[in-house]
Design a binder for this molecule. Sequence first.
Ligand SMILES: Nc1nc2c(ncn2[C@@H]2O[C@H](COP(=O)(O)OP(=O)(O)OP(=O)(O)O)[C@@H](O)[C@H]2O)c(=O)[nH]1
Ligand SMILES: [Mg+2]
Length: 265
Amino acid sequence: MVSTKSASGGSGPTVSVLVPCHNESGTIEDLVRGILELEMAHSIILVDDGSTDNTAALCATLARNYAPRVQALLLPTNQGKNRAVRHGAKRSDADVIVVLDADFTIDPCDLHRVIQCCESGSALFVYGSRFILPMESSAMSVPRRVGNRIFASWVSQLVGQRITDVFCGLKAIPRHALVSSEPSNCRWGDLDLVLGAASHGLDFQEVPISYRRRRAGASKMNVLRAGLYFLWLCMKETGHALFQRPPGPNQPSRGTRPVRVARDG
Ligand SMILES: Nc1nc2c(ncn2[C@@H]2O[C@H](COP(=O)(O)OP(=O)(O)OP(=O)(O)O)[C@@H](O)[C@H]2O)c(=O)[nH]1
Ligand SMILES: [Mg+2]
């Protein structure tokens, strides 16, 4: 079990930073060092599942060198980011799980701001949005920007809170909400986190982050396949919302309310 002190060192929630990584040998070391350099106490759980480069060996070395703050969970077979996050969350006893992609497209400084937001309340779902600050050119193709916008407005309707970026690789959720919500078979899990947060009645808080292109390694995402799966999940959820599920006290109502945006530090 690994957890952390609050960022301020006080009695705030404990936080585990969970990094799902698959074939990320080009970035994992710099990312972990970047997180460790933040001026806050925290733990990091690296979850590798069957990388074919030396990511697993690097994770094991990082865990050895930076124990107990860094822990490596090395799973034998590849099951996707969604399962990796769930396995990692079960390893943690922290109050809040922050999921951060290993590809270093997000600056660890943005992680700092997300953790600070988590300390302002216990029933929060805090997530990065790449679409508020200017984005590095070539960080995201035009079709992906368009797809992201469409899914963001659709999911906003589903959860009853305005969300501008569903698929950002930086999200923070109370651990109990993560481990008690049933994952879909999606390899990615971003929608699962958002819908799980809404079904637990969490308040959404958006943190504008800067997003940069990958400097090493390759995307694991087959955009067409993933896009179709996201489409299917959204259609299924819309069907439930329309025909089966009257909104209960913990369920999102239809229509959207504005989300809180953390403007700075
Ligand atoms: N453990 C594990 N991690 C994964 C798996 N697939 C992706 N990841 C990690 O999840 C994060 C996001 O994956 P990416 O391939 O960057 O996908 P993306 O950021 O959604 O899409 P891009 O914008 O194309 O990079 C990275 O840290 C990956 O290493 C997997 O099967 N297992
Ligand atoms: Mg990525």
